[in-house]
Design a protein around this ligand. Structure first.
Ligand code: E4P
Length: 214
């Protein structure tokens, strides 16, 4: 499973990149707003650090606006993936940009038929949001299993990117369900390496050694 970081914070992106296991980055307008920085400038800074796919979302919600912003975002760097909402206009823009060779990430996907449609339109990535489905009382993991089954049945090449991941249990379940990619906040990446027995075991190894040899 590929690992992306879901943030627009440059320091977190650098720290995750330094671990040597980061495959890409996803951003969205809310994440950029939280940083209070210019979207285009920050995307360029991110692409200078990470060579894998960097998702850059459009703000427009109409077809012409999405195409204009999509072209602008795609100019920033070769590894930019244009992120579009899964709507009628977004689907049309996905198809047009994909036909031009610009990779797309279809976001705000909440049911398997949306994933079927964006795969038919040529999307590079589809982003089902697990946490936000959990928030309204659904089991967000259901959609990951359903999309995996649909994509495998018909041989769609669109990558299944599990998004809106809130904790490590989501990560375990995504890996078991066969998600191609998971995009994760930095705090979850840190927790993926943590276990109390690792900490206590390490402490004991070091103290036993020091007791014996000083
Ligand atoms: C994905 O691309 C989105 O940026 C993200 O995963 C949304 O997560 P949230 O529901 O925690 O805001």
């Amino acid at each position: 499973m590929e690992l992306y970081i879901d943030t627009a914070n440059l320091d977190e992106i650098k720290q995750a990149h330094d671990l040597g296991v980061l495959d890409g980055v996803t951003t969205n307008p809310s994440l950029i707003a939280a940083e209070g920085v210019d979207y285009g400038k920050r995307l360029k800074e991110i692409c200078d650090v990470v060579s894998g796919p960097v998702s850059a979302e459009v703000i427009a919600i109409d077809y012409d606006g999405m195409m204009k912003e999509g072209h602008e975002r795609a100019q920033i760097a070769e590894n930019i993936v244009v992120k579009l909402p899964t709507t009628m206009a977004g689907l049309k823009a996905c198809n047009a940009l994909s036909n031009e060779g610009i990779r797309t990430n279809m976001t705000l996907c909440f049911q398997p038929l949306q994933a079927l449609m964006v795969a038919k339109a040529g999307a590079f990535l589809v982003s089902p949001f697990i946490g936000r489905l959990d928030d309204i009382g659904h089991d967000g993991m259901d959609i990951i299993h359903q999309i995996r089954q649909v994509y495998d049945t018909y041989g769609f090449q669109t990558k299944l990117l599990a998004a809106s991941i809130r904790h490590t249990k989501h990560m375990v379940d995504c890996a078991l369900a066969g998600a191609d990619v998971a995009t994760v906040p930095f705090n979850v990446i840190q927790k993926m390496l943590a276990h109390p027995l690792t900490s206590s075991g390490l402490e004991k190894f070091v103290s036993d050694y020091k007791k014996a040899f000083g």
